[in-house]
Design a protein around this ligand. Structure first.
Ligand code: FPP
Length: 249
């Protein structure tokens, strides 16, 4: 029996975020170039997206390229951008067949023109889809996102458009790239690294974290279900005590 069949259908996270890590180490172990790891990582993207769609996760956010990733060797950066362009182009039909809508977060205006064109096209062509929304974090930095929100809010205060009392969690939410997207209940990181690496720092305040030693290219649907299953065993207290949650206090 698949772990999928043991999942509580009434407790599926609405939003799962993934730090896809370990492509380079996976390739190195096989004596291959890092780009081969990234190319194989696309298979794992398909696995995760299919799994998310099958159990009706509303949002799947994937950390595909951070602002820090520009510092990698040019060959790898160019290869990743090419991979993004070809993957998006090849997958549009499949996204539509599976009712998946594509969105992006991050400074996508700084991506190479061919990337921007392909992304705009894919977002336009999938915008009416009602199934899982795939959110690609591209040229993304959480600190930049928060800093920009602070600047915009400060500007609005300076111009008298808002009072200090208007600065609520909700107002901050509305000024992030993720405006309109619920916070992830679950964040997964592959490859055994136990850190967040500047990803969705505000949004994961109450997320459950799942770290797995599996390198991203080896990540399968079953691994996604396993992470959701483990999430369902956790007690999410949001600062309260157990007895308040189970009504015995
Ligand atoms: C991290 O592994 C992975 C990335 C920086 C890129 C992720 C990209 C893909 C999976 C392919 C394209 C994605 C889409 C959405 C089309 P790493 O290179 O940091 O691995 P390492 O830590 O082992 O070196």
């Amino acid at each position: 029996m698949s772990i999928k069949d043991r999942l509580d259908k009434n407790n599926i996270p609405k939003h799962v975020a993934i730090i896809m890590d370990g492509n380079g180490r996976w390739a190195k172990e096989k004596g291959e170039m890092r780009l081969f790891g990234h190319a194989t990582g696309v298979e794992a993207v398909r696995e995760a997206l299919t799994a998310a769609s099958e159990i009706k996760v509303d949002y799947l956010t994937l950390y595909a390229f951070s602002t820090e990733n520009w510092n990698r060797p040019k060959e790898e950066v160019d290869g990743l951008m090419d991979l993004l362009v070809t993957t998006i182009a090849n997958e549009i039909e499949s996204l539509n067949n599976n009712d998946v809508r594509l969105l992006t977060i991050g400074n996508t205006h700084e991506l190479p023109p061919k990337c921007k064109k392909e992304l705009m096209n894919a977002m336009e062509r999938t915008k009416e889809n009602k199934g899982t929304t795939l959110v690609l974090a591209l040229n993304y930095s959480s600190k930049y996102e928060i800093k920009t929100a602070i600047k915009t809010i400060a500007e609005k205060y300076k111009n008298g458009e808002i009072e200090l009392t208007d600065v609520t969690d909700q107002l901050v939410d509305e000024h992030l790239f993720t405006a309109g997207i619920p916070d992830p209940e679950l964040m997964i990181r592959t490859s055994g690294e136990i850190r967040i690496s500047n990803f969705l720092l505000w949004q994961i305040a109450y997320s459950e974290l799942h770290f797995t030693p599996i390198f991203w290219p080896d990540f399968k649907k079953e691994d996604f279900y396993k992470a959701v299953y483990e999430y369902q065993t956790r007690e999410r207290r949001f600062g309260k005590v157990s007895e308040q949650l189970n009504g015995t206090l």
